[in-house]
Structures are given as structure tokens and as C-alpha cells.
Design a protein around this ligand. Structure first.
Ligand SMILES: Nc1ncnc2c1ncn2[C@@H]1O[C@H](COP(=O)(O)OP(=O)(O)OP(=O)(O)O)[C@@H](O)[C@H]1O
Ligand SMILES: [Mg+2]
Length: 261
């Protein structure tokens, strides 16, 4: 094989073509409480970035801003060069299509079958044909090990199964970015490993950019290219996981890690 063959951008997990997410001087307040304080950070395409930091430091707020569930008070947020804030509704909708999220509490639609949970947004938001959406949903359910649960309702599944459906639902939108907010913290301990293994597989075999909030430090070590430590609305330390977990430089990071590890 010629050595100068360029990597296939569709399949290569090595792909990295610059910044995919950019926060510039983002401030978010709730009343008197300044949660994000002129926050700057960026995530390169294809990278897996973990956010750590004390409770209340603004980790979920960052993900909710990216999901456009909240608006910043100041600053700009761009995704794949498209403006998310400030932006027109149309621009925001376009930018938002690049992003999928999995929540701590699964947030499946309780009155829809598992299959419909996955096909709904591709059909209504992306305009995918129903046949294609169903075919892709079945493929994703197979991937997450739930091919036999198409017709079940979420309430008939275990927490771990519901979370795997939620992951399939997020992937069905073919996002460039997957946001994961403590996705195993509501699960019974014996169900955690299966969900983390699935996410490890996704990290290894796809080129999806991941922005992940987790207290599972072994998982964070395994999948992260970069760890961002937050405190009081700012990034106070960043680096590869070996550095942040083994040789943190900031006192606050050391204190935080010694409390949770
Ligand atoms: N909708 C809201 N209204 C008012 N205050 C809010 C709202 N959402 C978050 N906050 C406040 O913003 C701060 C940051 O919350 P956030 O949920 O981002 O923290 P976090 O880092 O995700 O914490 P945890 O690790 O506990 O999940 C907290 O002080 C919280 O009380
Ligand atoms: Mg949170």
C-alpha cells in the first residue's frame, strides 16, 4: 500500500482538523451567581476531553449551553465554525445539529417505544426517511446490544439498558460532538461497566469528538486526550490525563483529586 495515502476522513479515528468547539470569554450568571466567568476553552475535532471540578463549578452549565438549553450572558460559542451564540435562530439550529447529548437521568421519551425514541429526531429534525431511520436505529440497537428491545417501552428496561438506548439515540443524529454528563452516576454499580465499555468502544472506533463530565477517573484516564479542571467558572489547569491525575500542578486540582480518588 502506498504510504502517502491520506487517511479516510469518514473512518479514521485519528482525524483531527482543528477546533470543533470554541468558547470565548463566555460568562453565565444565574441572578447574582456568576457560574462561568469569561471562560475560554476549545476542543479539537476528534478529541476526547474530560471536564472535572467540584460540584457547582459549572460543568453541566457548559454542556447545557452547547445544547442551547441555556444562553450565555456574554461571549461567543462556535461549533465546527458555525455560530451557536450569538446567532440567529436559523444559525443556532444548524450549529446545534452537530451535537448530541446523553444525560445522567437518560431522559428517554417514556410514551414511545425504544425504536421510536431513536428514529424520532432523525425523521423530524434531519428529514431522514422513516425507512432509513428505522434501519439505522436497528443497527445502533444491535451495536449497543439491545437488538431484541425495539418494541419495549423505556420503563420496561433496566437503567443500564435505558442509558444504552439514550446513547444510540444520540448517535442516530450523526453528531460530530457527543456530550456526556455523568452518564453512569444514576446506575446501579453492576450496570456501570457495561455502559462505560460501550463508550470506550465508541471512543476507539469513531471519530466523534467527546466532551465528557465524569467521576469515573479510570474511564477518564482511558479515553481522554485532555482533561480540563474547572473551578469557580474558569479552567484552572489542563493537560493530558497522566499529567493531571499523576502530577497536578495546581493546589486546587490536587485537593480535588485527593478528595475523589
Ligand atoms: N437553572 C439554574 N438556575 C439557577 N442556578 C443554577 C441553574 N443551573 C445551575 N445553577 C447554579 O450554577 C452553578 C453551576 O451548576 P452546574 O450544574 O453547572 O454545576 P456542576 O459543575 O455540573 O456540578 P455537579 O458536579 O454537582 O453536577 C451552581 O451553583 C448551580 O446552583
Ligand atoms: Mg453537573
Amino acid at each position: 500500500m502506498p504510504t502517502d495515502t491520506p487517511p479516510n476522513p469518514e473512518t479514521s479515528p485519528e482525524r483531527s482538523s482543528g477546533e470543533l468547539i470554541r468558547f470565548e470569554q463566555v460568562t453565565k450568571r444565574f441572578g447574582e451567581n456568576t457560574v462561568l466567568d469569561h471562560l475560554d476553552f476549545s476542543v479539537d475535532a476528534g478529541k476526547h476531553v474530560t471536564l472535572i471540578g467540584p460540584s457547582g463549578s459549572g460543568k453541566t452549565t457548559i454542556l447545557r449551553l452547547l445544547m442551547t438549553l441555556l444562553k450565555p450572558d456574554e461571549g461567543t460559542i462556535t461549533v465546527d465554525g458555525k455560530k451557536l451564540f450569538p446567532a440567529s435562530e436559523k444559525e443556532r439550529r444548524e450549529a446545534r445539529k452537530q451535537i448530541g447529548m446523553v444525560f445522567q437521568q437518560f431522559n428517554l421519551f417514556p410514551n414511545m417505544s425504544v425504536l421510536r425514541n431513536i428514529t424520532e429526531a432523525p425523521v423530524t429534525v434531519l428529514g431522514m426517511s422513516k425507512d432509513e431511520a428505522v434501519e439505522r436505529a436497528k443497527g445502533l440497537l444491535d451495536m449497543v446490544g439491545l437488538a431484541d428491545k425495539c418494541d419495549a417501552r423505556p420503563s420496561q428496561l433496566s437503567g443500564g439498558q435505558q442509558q444504552r438506548v439514550a446513547i444510540a439515540r444520540a448517535l442516530a443524529m450523526r453528531p460530530k460532538v457527543l456530550l456526556l454528563d455523568e452518564v453512569t452516576s444514576a446506575l446501579d454499580p453492576e450496570l456501570v461497566a457495561g455502559v462505560l465499555d460501550l463508550l470506550r468502544d465508541i471512543a476507539r472506533t469513531t471519530d466523534i469528538t467527546m466532551l465528557c463530565v465524569t467521576h469515573e477517573m479510570n474511564f477518564a484516564r482511558d479515553i481522554s486526550d485532555q482533561v480540563l479542571m474547572f473551578d469557580a467558572g474558569r479552567v484552572i489547569e489542563t493537560g493530558p490525563p497522566e499529567q493531571i491525575f499523576n502530577e497536578p500542578e495546581n493546589d486546587r486540582t490536587r485537593e480535588f483529586l485527593s478528595a475523589i480518588l
